[in-house]
Each structure stands twice: as structure tokens, then as C-alpha cells.
Design a protein around this ligand. Structure first.
Ligand code: SF4
Length: 329
């Protein structure tokens, strides 16, 4: 690991004043330190933001919540208001990483974590994200974990976060701060699809610091679930995941929120499926029809065609379970 300078910031103004090309913010460190060990990230200076006063979860006047960027994933999942109003968010966070990692990882860092594409971490392989213009070893390579939606000929990586999938379904907003002031970005617009610039991963400028996430009041989210399908029962990234919220009245879907994980470079809000479902009968056949509508745009790679049927079944099963059992206890 190359030598780097260290600055401990005690307030947001100092942190954003200290950031400059070659410097990186360090929160929980659960992704950045790994990337530094592997030589993927090599900052000149690390600005430690872990002591900033961004650890609160506060009520908003509209009935939503403001979550500080340094709230630990464990604390977010355990918060009684999150569990009551947004059960799919609590469940998504609990299904991510390990207990030890959730105790360290922050909300802001979870949003900005980078892909777990194996080739991205392997400096001997071409990777357009790590080295623009070098190629993509995953296309035609080992790609069973890779994207089926929104990918490009430059990159087929997925975003690894579970939390962000639930936040996308909830229409959360990300607040960022820089020396130019405060800016709010819809979570759904934070992560970029790769197109021909896969190294550009987010809508944030390099000098912007995430300070909070705001979750609006979403009444339908009180009946919600997150389902994650993965290769082993814990500590694994999603092959496919589904965040779903459903309100059924007189047998018809009155309101629905749906987002997918493990399938794209961004948490994938399933707008087509939501459109089909709204006003439809709350039946398995309609749930499957909605899944089909969303997945019509799916384009499999050489090893991940199974994800299309897996996504179809996971969407259908999650919605069905919401109609019969509601939210998890
Ligand atoms: Fe790199 Fe993206 Fe290709 Fe993975 S999928 S090797 S991250 S360009």
C-alpha cells in the first residue's frame, strides 16, 4: 500500500474544505480499505470523517425520516421507526454483509461502495472501470454474478448494495455537501448506468460529501419485504434481490413499490412492473405478468441467463408473500 496523509475532520465544513484531487473520505472503511489494499484506490490523503456529527435519525415534518450519513448499518436496521415504517429497508440492511461489517459500515459508504466484479479487483485483467479503454474481461468471462439490465458493451458490473435497492423503492433523496453548498440528488439518479464511461459511477462530484439520506413518508412501505437470493445463506452478494411494498384493497393493487438488486449497475426501480401492477388484480398471474414486463428489456451474458427466470420468480414470490403474510415480524 502506498503511503498517504491522514486528516481527522471534526466538522463537515473542514472535511469538504480539505478534499482535493487525490484525497478520499474515509467513513467506516469497509470498502475503501479493501480497495487500498488491492491497489485499486491509492489516495494521497485520507480524510477521516468518522467523527463528524452525522449519526442521527430524525423525524421530518412530512412524516419521513432523515438519516445521517454516518449512521451504522446495524443501527439503521435496528431502529424501531425504520422497522415499523420501512420494514423492507431494515430487512435489506440485515441481509447485507456480516454482523461485523454492518457494525462498521455507514449509510453514506454503503451508497458509494464499488462493484464486487472479480475482474475489477484483478490488476492483471482488462477492466474499463478500473482502466478506461482497456476492455472488459467479464464479457465472455466469468459473469454469472453480472448485470442483465442497463449494461453496456463497456461494462456489465452490478452495484452490490442491498440497502440502496430498498432506498430506490422508497424514493429516498441523498444530501451532499461541498464548498459550493448543499445539493439533493434522488437516490435513483445517484448511480450511473455504464454506457461507454463505466469509470463514472455516480452523479456526485469528487469533492462532494454525503451528509444524509432523506426518506419520505411512504404509507405503502409499512407492508413491505426484501428478498435476497444468493449462493449461500449469509455474507454473499445478491444474484437477484427484490424490494417490494404492496397495498391491496378489494383484491386489487392500490399502491406498489418495486426495485431489484443484483441485476444492474444501479439499484433498479421496476417502473414497468409498477405500471402493470397498479390497479391490477393481486394474483400470481398478474404478478408474473408485471415481472415479465419489467424483464422484457433484460439481456443475459454467457453465464447469467438464469437470472431472468430467477428475477421473475423472486418478484412473483415476494409479492405473493406480501399478500398472504405481510411484512416480516
Ligand atoms: Fe470491469 Fe465492468 Fe468489465 Fe467488471 S464488468 S471487468 S468492472 S468493465
Amino acid at each position: 500500500m502506498k503511503d498517504f496523509g491522514y486528516v481527522a475532520a471534526t466538522d463537515v465544513a473542514t472535511a469538504v474544505r480539505e478534499i482535493r484531487p487525490g484525497a478520499k473520505f474515509l467513513g467506516g472503511g469497509t470498502n475503501l480499505v479493501d480497495l487500498m489494499r488491492e491497489g485499486i484506490e491509492a489516495p494521497d490523503t485520507v480524510i477521516d470523517i468518522s467523527r463528524l456529527p452525522l449519526t442521527g435519525i430524525e423525524e421530518l415534518p412530512d412524516g419521513g425520516l432523515r438519516v445521517g450519513a454516518l449512521v451504522r448499518n446495524s443501527d439503521l436496521a435496528a431502529h424501531p421507526t425504520i422497522r415499523a415504517r420501512y420494514p423492507m429497508l431494515a430487512q435489506a440492511v440485515l441481509l447485507g454483509a456480516s454482523g461485523q461489517l454492518r457494525n462498521m459500515a455507514t449509510v453514506g459508504g454503503n451508497i458509494l461502495q464499488r462493484t464486487r466484479c472479480l475482474y475489477f479487483y484483478d490488476g492483471t485483467q482488462p477492466c474499463n472501470k478500473r482502466e478506461p479503454g482497456s476492455g472488459c474481461a467479464a464479457i465472455g468471462g466469468f459473469n454469472r454474478m453480472h448485470a442483465i439490465l442497463g449494461a453496456s458493451e463497456s461494462c456489465i458490473a452490478t452495484h452490490p448494495s442491498d440497502m440502496c435497492v430498498a432506498l430506490a423503492a422508497l424514493d429516498a433523496t441523498v444530501e451532499v455537501e461541498s464548498v459550493r453548498g448543499t445539493r439533493r440528488i434522488p437516490l435513483r439518479d445517484v448511480h450511473a448506468v455504464p454506457a461507454d464511461t463505466p469509470h463514472v459511477e455516480t452523479a456526485l462530484e469528487p469533492d462532494e460529501l454525503i451528509t444524509a439520506v432523506e426518506i419520505p413518508a411512504v404509507p405503502v412501505a409499512a407492508n413491505s419485504r426484501y428478498r435476497k437470493v444468493r449462493d449461500r445463506a449469509s455474507y454473499a452478494f445478491a444474484l437477484v434481490s427484490v424490494a417490494a411494498a404492496l397495498d391491496v384493497r378489494d383484491g386489487q393493487v392500490a399502491a406498489v413499490r418495486l426495485a431489484l438488486g443484483g441485476v444492474a449497475a444501479r439499484p433498479w426501480r421496476a417502473v414497468e412492473a409498477e405500471r402493470v401492477l397498479t390497479g391490477a388484480a393481486a394474483t400470481e398471474a398478474e404478478f408474473r405478468r408485471a415481472a415479465d414486463a419489467e424483464l422484457a428489456a433484460a439481456r443475459p451474458q454467457s453465464e447469467n441467463g438464469f437470472k431472468i427466470e430467477l428475477a421473475r420468480r423472486t418478484i412473483t414470490a415476494t409479492l405473493l408473500r406480501l399478500t398472504t403474510e405481510g411484512s416480516p415480524a
